[in-house]
Structure formats: structure tokens, C-alpha cells
Ligand binder design. Structure first.
Ligand SMILES: Cc1ncc(COP(=O)(O)O)c(C=O)c1O
Length: 425
């Protein structure tokens, strides 16, 4: 038994399922998760002394790779002044100014502590602003674990929300309507059915929680115009895409302007941070400027702000990073596509810039229903084979792969040779 197995045995006795977030468990794989001791660049090391090429990147924020020296130094420097004050600080103002000066669709922004909190608060602000209760989300899009958003779509379009989790009262999801990703007709139908009662449509501009599912041409533009027709706000959940696809996230990448955006881990460079922002008139509804209450003792924490602002400034000043990530994405995911073709495999790869997924599905994956046709047993087999060869993937078919600037061409080529070993025996 290795150290990871030992730690997992201890963990399950004291932590539900042995992990502090379900996605970390290797439930779909049937083994103990790797317990990680440190990470640097594109490598991650477990407590058993194994090293892996990491394609999780802390689920997105490590755009520049793990343990980036400038970010680490900013954190160490900030720590010398104290860890938390629960009072206003200069760096929060700098962070808000930096974001608003460089993102035209964000006129005001509020810091919170996680993506879940960002989305939950944005929805409350949207409801307060419009005076409407209903929201539309998409099947297969994840927006954190707040009650109203734990509806995926099992029951399909045109029905009221049915909670996905025990413990969520039906009353909390009755105003959550679920549409089909990449299907504007399903959104139109819900908006018409709700007759002027929809506060907001919230969408992951690139689906990244059912595996990577790019928006079809015209989908995001269509959402923009449907929202305009119905006086409904459009919220882009940019927890995964913000500052990753482009400095201005999916809004800039696809050229579609949302009314509000939500951010998460990336904005804190991996520290526990989230944020929501958007048009001034909406954000001025938020307490204490307006009547929509939202608060947080640790919000805008100085250490998290130091880490996040250092990464954001670096990204803004080095926008060549986005071209580099696009090229690395093409090399890795394009390479995987070639291997599948050569292997005459029916499986395929979806990708947008540095985000990608190899779907063990025989049909094209464009939404939640098609994502669910994936052969999760085949994925588990592939995952294990890759792990044994030193490649650290998310232990689920329905999570994205994340590239960073620290993944060198050599590392990507080596990964491709391992994918080749698996598919072309
Ligand atoms: C698109 C999206 N929104 C919201 C969240 C929730 O963020 P957090 O886990 O920080 O609460 C996630 C988590 O990965 C996410 O991918």
C-alpha cells in the first residue's frame, strides 16, 4: 500500500468520501486519489514520489504553470503585512480598477471567495435589478453548488427545475429553467413560456463541465439577441474561460458582450477567490450601494488579491500568452485527433484554445445528451493507462484538460507519444 492509499484510508474516516470536493475522488476510476505534495511548472508530485505532467492545472487557474515565481513572491511579500484584516485595502481598489479599465463589459466588480459564491451573488443581483425571479441555465453547465443552480436537466427542456442533489428544497429550484446547450430554439421556447419573468440566462460560453463543448457558430450571438428581445440579462460564467481564452475571456474571444460576468479561481491565481461584475446600473444594486444584500468576511483578502493581481497584470502585459496557448492547444488536441484518425477510432476531441476533451463517444458532442453517450469505462481504462505513464488527467470524462504556458513543446510531444501508445498498440 502506498502513502496515497494510506492517506485515503485515514481521510475517508474523517472527511466525507475522503475528499473536500467530489471531483477529486477517483470514484469513476475505482482507486484512491493521488495525494499531492507539490507542483512546479507543468509538473505535479504525489506523496509517493511520483511525478506527473499535470493537465488539471488546479482546474484552470495555473495559466502560467504552477508555482510561478512572480506570483509566489507577491504572496510571500503580502504575508509579511498580515493575512487578513476584514477591512478595506488599497489592493482591492487596484484590482477593481485594473479589471474595469481593461474589460469594457465590466464597469463595476465585487470580490467574493469562490465561483459558487460569484454565480449565486450575480443571480441575486440580476433578480434584484430586473424584479424577476426565473433564470435559465443549460443542461450540463455547472455554476457551483448553490441551491438554485443544482439543476442539470435530467428532466429536459420545458420543465421546471428538479434538484440534482438531496437537501435542495423544490422551492429553491422552481424558478430554474433548463435549456439545451447549443439550441437557441430551446431558449426561445422557455423565454416565451415564462412571459417576461426571466431575470437572466446564465451560460458557460464554452461548456467545460460536460467535457469541453464549444458554442456553435451563432449560439452566443443568438443568446444575446434573445435576451435583448425579452429584457433578460445575459450572464457569462467565466470561471473557466475568463482570462484564459483571451484577457477578456470568452466575451472577447467570441466578440459577444454579456451584461454580467462571473469569475473564480483564475482571478486569484489559484487562491480562493471569485468575483462578479458587469454593467454599472446592475452592480449598483449590490449592498451597501443598493438593496441586494451580499457580504463576505474574507472577500478581497489581501493575500489572494496580491496573487490574483500579479497574475492578471502579467497576462495583460504579455498578451502573446494567448497566441501561445492557442498554438499549444492546436498541437496537443490536434495531435490527439490525428492519432484517433490513424487508429481508426470513432472517438473524438473537442477543443477551444487551451481547453480540450477526448470524448469516448461515437457521436459528435454538442450538448449534455450527446456528452452522456460517452463510454465512461473506456475513459477509466485510458485514464489509468495515462496515469501509469506519468500523465495526470482529471479523473472524469466530463472534465476539461487544461494547458498552461509551462507545457513545453517537448512535454506535449511526449504526451502525444503516450496517447499514441494507448490507441495504436
Ligand atoms: C463554470 C463554473 N462555474 C462555477 C464553478 C464553481 O466554482 P467554485 O468551485 O470555485 O465554487 C465552477 C467550478 O469549477 C465552474 O467550472
Amino acid at each position: 500500500m502506498g502513502r496515497s492509499e494510506e492517506l485515503f484510508e485515514r481521510a475517508v474516516k474523517r472527511i466525507p468520501g475522503g475528499v473536500n470536493s467530489p471531483v477529486r475522488a477517483y470514484g469513476a476510476i475505482g482507486m484512491a486519489p493521488r495525494f499531492i505534495s507539490r507542483a512546479d511548472g507543468c509538473h505535479i508530485y504525489d506523496v509517493d514520489g511520483n511525478s506527473y505532467v499535470d493537465y488539471i492545472d488546479s482546474w484552470g487557474p495555473m495559466i502560467l504553470g504552477h508555482n510561478h515565481p512572480e506570483i509566489r513572491e507577491a504572496v510571500v511579500k503580502a504575508c509579511a503585512d498580515g493575512l487578513s484584516f476584514g477591512c478595506a485595502t488599497e489592493i482591492e481598489v487596484e484590482m477593481a480598477e485594473f479589471i474595469c479599465e481593461h474589460l469594457p463589459h465590466v464597469e463595476m466588480v465585487r470580490m467574493v471567495n469562490s465561483g459558487t459564491e460569484a454565480v449565486m451573488s450575480a443571480i441575486r443581483a440580476a433578480r434584484g435589478f430586473t424584479g424577476r425571479d426565473k433564470i435559465i441555465k443549460f443542461a450540463g453547465c455547472y455554476h457551483g453548488h448553490s441551491d438554485a443552480l443544482l439543476v442539470s436537466a435530467g428532466s429536459g427542456v420545458m420543465t421546471s427545475g428538479v434538484p440534482d442533489s438531496a437537501g435542495v428544497p423544490k422551492g429553491c429550484t422552481q424558478d430554474t429553467m433548463t435549456a439545451v446547450y447549443n439550441d437557441l430554439d430551446s431558449v426561445r421556447a422557455l423565454l416565451e413560456q415564462a412571459q417576461g419573468q426571466v431575470a437572466a440566462v446564465i451560460v458557460e460560453a464554452v461548456g467545460a463541465n460536460m467535457g469541453v463543448v464549444p458554442p456553435k457558430k451563432g449560439f452566443l450571438e443568438g443568446l444575446r439577441s434573445l435576451c435583448d428581445q425579452h429584457g433578460t440579462l445575459l450572464i457569462f460564467d467565466e470561471v473557466i474561460t475568463g482570462f484564459r481564452l483571451a484577457f477578456g475571456g470568452a466575451a472577447e474571444y467570441f466578440g459577444v458582450t454579456p451584461d454580467m460576468v462571473t469569475y473564480g479561481k483564475i482571478i486569484g491565481a489559484g487562491m480562493p477567490v471569485g468575483a462578479y461584475g458587469g454593467r454599472r446600473e446592475i452592480m449598483e444594486m449590490v449592498s451597501p450601494a443598493g438593496p441586494v444584500y451580499q457580504a463576505g468576511t474574507l472577500s478581497g483578502n489581501p493575500i489572494a488579491m496580491a496573487a490574483g493581481l500579479t497574475q492578471l497584470k502579467y497576462l495583460y502585459e504579455h498578451q502573446e500568452v494567448y497566441k501561445i496557448l492557442e498554438e499549444k492547444g492546436q498541437k496537443l488536441y490536434g495531435g490527439m485527433e490525428e492519432i484517433l484518425k490513424e487508429a481508426r477510432s470513432e472517438y473524438h476531441v473537442n477543443h477551444v484554445s487551451s481547453l480540450g476533451s477526448l470524448f469516448f463517444a461515437k457521436e459528435e458532442v454538442v450538448d449534455y445528451t450527446s456528452a452522456k453517450t460517452s463510454d465512461t469505462k473506456a475513459f477509466a481504462d485510458y485514464f489509468l493507462a495515462m496515469l501509469k505513464q506519468g500523465i495526470h488527467l482529471a479523473p472524469s470524462q466530463f472534465e476539461a484538460m487544461f494547458l498552461s504556458t509551462a507545457h513545453t513543446d517537448e512535454v506535449i510531444e511526449d504526451t502525444l507519444s503516450k496517447v499514441r501508445n494507448y490507441f495504436i498498440k
